[in-house]
Design a protein around this ligand. Sequence first.
Ligand code: FAD
Ligand code: MLT
Ligand code: ZN
Length: 488
Amino acid sequence: SETYSYVKRDAKYKQLTPTDVEAFKTIIGSKGSIITDEVPSDLDFYNEDWMRKYKGQSKLVLKPTTTEQVSEIVKYCNQENLALVPQGGNTGLVGGSVPVFDEIILSVANLNKIRSFDNISGILKCDAGVILETADTYIKENGNYIFPLDLGAKGSCHVGGVVATNAGGLRLLRYGSLHGSVLGLEVVLPNGEIMNSMHALRKDNTGYDLKQLFIGSEGTIGIITGVSILCPPRPNAFNVSFLGVESYEMVQKVFQKAKNELGEVLSAFEFMDNKSLKLTKSHISSPEPLEGEHPFYVLIETSGSNAEHDSAKLETFLESSFENELILDGTVSSNESEFKNLWSWREMIPESSAVGGGVYKYDVSLPLKDLYSLVEAVNERLEAAGLSSDTDASTSVISAIGYGHVGDGNLHLNVAVRTYSKEVEKCLEPFVYEFVSSKNGSISAEHGLGFQKKNYIAYSKSEQEVKMIKQLKNIYDPKGIFNPYKYV
Ligand code: FAD
Ligand code: MLT
Ligand code: ZN
């Protein structure tokens, strides 16, 4: 297809034979599973990504049940020059989790056991294929802890998958990045060796911190099979407030004020523009958060140990925000169903922007003051090219929206389209990357590079850095069998 027109299958990789399939069956045994092209549609879920933008042609999905089996499979692939793609929940948003051609898909979905949880220290050890929400529920029920990462895909994405992408999510503002909370990993290297570093230590300065290499490596130098992670106590009290705001400048002022006045209880600060809310409204039927329409919306979450204290703080903050004319309207959740409803208006934006046909996603870090200017520039560009219009419903673009984790300087620009087209793509790329680079931002704040941004790494990394990434890849995966055609 056109998506793949600029890459060619590398002939150095062997094509799968029936003998290979038999060898894998012997390794995996009866407990794991193997999906072949006997019924081709059985492979569809694994070959196609969440956005339905990238689709490979793998003829084999392997679902081992133990780390040793993963190691045996990888040894075999290395020896036979068979390329493979590590896959978790397949919710990644940059085309990194699916094959480009006929690479074997190694799904860790059957590595799904909680190994241990220490309810004094809050350290969870689990297999990579445990679903994020399952891990969160487990630690909630076994000591009232919370997973230090939350995102809209929690019901499908894996603990290993979020580590492999170094996902950021909705509460990074409070709990920091996985580079801080992951304490140890178990990883199968491209030659099949197992790196066992499932430590449970907060402090360990004994040489290079090797696990960091795999956090955010997107399946290019190791298959994560186990994760050891420090989880914080679960707050007893949660409040969510949804605000209408006049301008992006005011969004920044509200953020500054929230940091100063809500400080230790602030756990999320998200924003969205008017178009994001409109698009979501066309997809979900939940009660709208506010009565009137506003140019921007902000969602603030507080969480702490004392409900009364947090509510009082939030009320005072909201009152003075009104008085100082920083916000136009606002609502606060007072029970769990309202809390969930308010969050759904934020968490449903990704799905709402994908259902109309397709979505071009840009996930960037920018200096806060410049964050929204990218959305404005892109809207102007699409309109000038006749690809988008507020009055004409027949253009290729349905809506170009901006939302994201303002608290982390992370904007999501989504261009929702009726169908994927080269014309729209050319209008957006490399323009978006040039814009971000000109402001010293990052072309990927949290989703990674995968296949989508494979040709654009130089907008965010220097030549020297790219050289070192390639050197590392060559040390550990000289045959290039892990996740080929992606960013390395
Ligand atoms: P996959 O999609 O299967 O894989 C992602 C990448 O990691 C691929 O390159 C794959 O090869 C590799 N990989 C997967 N598992 C392993 C493993 N065990 N070992 C080695 N490599 C592996 N991201 C954010 O950062 N913040 C958000 O708020 C956020 N919200 C989202 C909301 C929705 C609705 C969706 C669909 C996605 C969202 N994401 C978000 C994207 C995010 O990248 C993924 O949800 C998550 O990190 C991927 O986990 P996964 O298990 O699905 O991995
Ligand atoms: C989000 O913040 O909602 C996620 O990163 C997913 C997305 O932007 O699609
Ligand atoms: Zn995000």
